[in-house]
Design a protein around this ligand. Structure first.
Ligand SMILES: Cc1cc2nc3c(=O)[nH]c(=O)nc-3n(C[C@H](O)[C@H](O)[C@H](O)COP(=O)(O)OP(=O)(O)OC[C@H]3O[C@@H](n4cnc5c(N)ncnc54)[C@H](O)[C@@H]3O)c2cc1C
Length: 417
């Protein structure tokens, strides 16, 4: 097949470069100068509502051009609206795109295109694909993820938000939480309980919910680092037509599992940099005159080694994915190592800055380091907590005994804590 021919890939890469050059300039080499520009150390974006709308508009404009040029869903099969190319092409596109100054992606863009757009393409009816899949993949519509609840995060299948059938509609009641960027989304991808009398995974159904429907209330949550990236979403008898059900009734767990799987395999290039790096720490230590201090040097070397190892691990996974192999144990370690490194970088910055980290003197970069330190714990939770990642590694990689499961009874008979 021509797609697997290295010469075909090289020709395609050249086309990608030509297209990128027609819509963006090559990325200028970053020259770091202390005290100049945005220190870019925060882990979560910190913008006003208006600034974030303008930022998303810029990203969406680029994503529409990218989709129209045929690079919107490179590895999604053609029958689902993608280009149907092997994943090596997605990796190659990300490599090329990194060289150009395109608007960096954000959580809601990745969720809409990489997770929901792909899920609707695969599980949607022909009508739903026609109406939504293209609109999500092209970011004409944004869709947040309405999975987590106050009582169901790591244990997602324990969710309680109900959907009850009423004629051609479903009536939704309950609460979701930590819904990133729900305030900017036209739709939400909701998991709701439709049958409490079977084991918890078996009675869940997936829906698309218009976020402006009557009975849907979005309340932004102010984070300790300043911004309101995520929200609580309340459902008080909101009516959703059956035409917005994704997949079969009570088959939502399969949809959820596949959606979370797309997260790992989405082409998701152009991500903005998250948090400070080992190089930022060295610059800080030099600025403070601490780079000769033996304890500081030891901490900096530790962070440097760990971040270099993480980069090597990411490169190894990308190579494996590109050649169609399974990423192996490194694929399960990446998120855990990345979040651990961010915490260590924040700890090192705290030691260097001392009281200036909490009593901002207004000096360049100080508050940005405070934002980093306050954002790092969120990264340890989002997309599966460190402890859950460790459980996965212990069971699937190391082959240790699985956790005891005491929740095999129908959902309605499970004790609620
Ligand atoms: C920045 C951010 C963005 C997010 N965006 C979204 C979003 O857009 N949509 C969405 O639906 N959700 C989102 N989430 C929610 C995220 O998926 C959950 O926070 C996560 O799954 C953990 O669930 P929880 O917060 O309920 O913690 P819990 O599951 O209640 O866990 C509490 C603590 O117990 C530990 N724990 C739980 N179970 C086990 C176990 N079996 N073994 C060992 N330890 C365990 C956890 O590791 C954690 O330390 C986001 C979270 C964050 C931080």
């Amino acid at each position: 097949m021509a797609d697997h021919d290295p010469a075909h890939l090289e020709t395609w890469r050249a086309e990608v470069r030509a297209w990128l050059a027609s819509v963006a300039s090559p990325k200028a080499e970053e020259v770091f100068e202390w005290g100049v520009g945005d220190p870019r150390l925060q882990i979560f974006l910190s913008m006003s509502h208006e600034e974030e709308v303008a930022y998303l508009d810029r990203v969406r404009d680029y994503r529409r051009h990218r989709f129209d040029a045929g690079y919107g869903a490179i590895s999604l099969p053609e029958e689902f609206g993608g280009a149907g190319l092997p994943s090596v092409y997605s990796v190659a596109f990300a490599d090329e795109e990194r060289e150009y100054a395109v608007p960096p992606s954000s959580e809601i863009i990745s969720v809409t295109t990489g997770l929901v757009g792909a899920a609707v393409s695969v599980f949607g009816t022909p009508e739903q694909r026609e109406r939504f899949a293209r609109a999500f993949l092209r970011t004409d519509l944004l869709c947040c993820q309405l999975f987590s609840e106050p009582g169901a995060g790591s244990d997602l299948a324990g969710l309680s938000t109900k959907a009850v059938r009423d004629g051609d509609d479903w009536v939704i009641s309950g609460q979701k939480i930590w819904s990133s960027n729900a305030q900017f989304s036209e739709y939400g991808f909701l998991l709701a309980r439709t049958n409490p009398d079977v084991v918890k995974q078996a009675g869940i159904t997936a829906f698309l919910v218009p976020m402006d429907a009557e009975g849907v209330e979005i309340r932004p949550i102010r984070q300790m680092s300043g911004p309101s990236t995520f929200n609580e979403v309340f459902f008080d008898g909101a009516r959703v037509p059956d035409a917005l059900r994704i997949g079969d009734v009570d088959a939502g767990w399969k949809v959820a599992q596949a959606t979370l799987g797309f997260e790992r395999s989405s082409s998701g290039s152009g991500h903005r940099r998250k948090g400070g790096t080992a190089a930022d720490l060295v610059a800080l230590a030099q600025h403070l005159g601490l780079s000769g201090d033996p304890v500081t040097r030891q901490e900096l070397a530790d962070v440097y080694i760990r971040t270099s190892l993480h980069a090597a691990m990411v490169a190894k996974v990308a190579r494996a994915t590109a050649s169609g192999d399974k990423p192996g144990p490194a694929g399960s370690l990446g998120k855990l190592v990345a979040s651990d490194n961010l915490v260590r970088i924040g700890e090192c910055a705290s030691h260097l800055l001392g009281s200036a980290l909490v009593a901002d003197t207004g000096a360049w970069g100080e508050f940005a380091w405070s934002e980093h330190v306050l954002g790092a714990p969120g990264y340890r939770l989002a997309g599966g907590t460190d402890e859950i990642q460790r459980n996965i590694i212990s069971e699937r990689v190391l082959g240790l005994p699985a956790e005891h499961r005491a929740d095999r009874a129908p959902f309605s008979q499970l004790a609620k804590s």
